[in-house]
Design a protein around this ligand. Structure first.
Ligand SMILES: Nc1ccccc1-c1cnco1
Length: 241
């Protein structure tokens, strides 16, 4: 059966890319179903108002709870996880993507302005899991871009979506380290040569070199990942690098 993704947003056209490329083919093959809904369909005033001033004062506007509750009551199957992108959320991780890909589907609530009235997430938690997540420490105008990111991360893990399972398993972060550099033809290009070991055919040496490149790159770019490695993940020699 297909994985059902639903997105509620005030900018439905922003989610149009979800129907392209990888997601498009997966959708055509019935592996995933995507439905985008305009939140304003659930407003009841002539101006289709979705936001209002924040209680307690402060800058910006807050999205009103009632349109959200009406939308979610209609589109969210009972028990389906509600994902709310927010800069104040828990960091989105590959582990979350894998966990969510094993569920029947997801509903995404895209907040604009200074966020959605908190009572929506509290109320929604009565009907199923709610995940308030951030995709990184930068300020966006709304959750739509975050939804594109998370939908891509989750759908590529669905069975049958990515042809070569190996490329799914051996992605970056699979062994907790960053992938090292990759090369393809030509061997010599504009004065830049491919590291000779990769042309040597010595597979043990190649594996050693790749591991060292991963460790060096991780130490340089993501030292935080090294701290998170399980005991014994690095040999004594590797720790010296
Ligand atoms: N900045 C934002 C504004 C609105 C909705 C989500 C975000 C977000 C999500 N991850 C990082 O930022």
């Amino acid at each position: 059966s297909s994985f059902l993704i639903q997105v509620v947003t005030i900018f439905p056209e922003y989610l149009a890319p979800l129907r392209q490329s990888l997601l498009g083919k997966a959708a055509e093959r019935g592996l995933v179903d995507i439905a985008v809904h305009d939140l304003r369909a659930w407003t009841d005033d002539v101006h289709r108002t979705v936001d209002d001033a924040p209680y307690g004062g402060g800058p910006g506007m807050v999205m009103r709870p009632e349109p959200w509750a009406r939308a979610l009551e209609e589109v969210r199957p009972p028990g389906t996880r509600l994902v709310v992108p927010t800069p104040a959320g828990r960091p989105f991780t590959q582990a979350m993507a894998a966990e969510w890909a094993a569920e029947p589907g997801l509903v995404f609530a895209c907040g604009r302005y200074e966020g959605i009235d908190q009572r929506v997430a509290d109320w929604a938690a009565e009907a199923g899991p709610v995940s308030e997540v951030s995709i990184g420490d930068y300020v966006l105008a709304g959750g739509e871009s975050a939804v594109l990111v998370m939908v891509e991360a989750v759908t590529r893990l669905l069975p049958g979506v990515v042809g070569n399972r190996e490329s799914v398993e051996f992605d970056s972060h699979a062994d907790g380290l960053l992938e090292g550099p990759s090369y393809t033809r030509p061997a010599s290009w504009r004065g830049h040569d491919v590291p000779p070991v990769l042309l040597s055919g010595d597979h043990a040496a190649i594996a050693r070199w790749r591991r060292e490149q991963s460790l060096r790159r991780t130490a340089a770019r993501r030292p935080d990942l090294l701290l998170r490695l399980p005991e014994g993940a690095l040999t004594e020699a590797e720790r010296q690098l």
